[in-house]
Design a protein around this ligand. Structure first.
Ligand code: SF4
Ligand code: SF4
Length: 93
């Protein structure tokens, strides 16, 4: 049996998106004072980006690892697990 790469495993995941109910929120005012912007590089799924002086996160693709919540030294990220039944469904551990 072929051993799956990490990318292969991640591609098997399924996401149940709770439309209009983001489980991650960002305080833009705090972000404007942030030099490090660690969130842009720390998210393993690359979901954070910066455009027009705004930090955005494509929360629907969240792996629920919690890295962004920990790495943001300014506590600008409000993070909760998605409501029951929503979020990522891992298929390969
Ligand atoms: S690390 Fe935190 S404060 Fe800095 S840009 Fe990212 S979310 Fe904003
Ligand atoms: S919890 Fe993990 S995957 Fe989700 S946005 Fe934060 S760093 Fe990215």
């Amino acid at each position: 049996m072929k051993k799956l790469s990490l990318a292969d495993k991640l591609s098997l995941n399924k996401f149940e998106v709770n439309e209009g109910e983001p489980h991650i929120r960002i305080d833009q005012q705090v972000c404007r004072t942030c030099r490090e912007k660690s969130c842009l590089t720390a998210c393993p799924a690359g979901l954070y980006s910066e455009q027009n002086d705004q930090i955005t996160v494509e929360w629907a693709g969240c792996l629920e690892c919690g890295t962004c919540r920990i790495i943001c030294g300014k506590k600008a990220i409000s993070w909760e697990y998605p409501q029951g039944g929503f979020g990522i469904i891992y298929r390969q551990g």
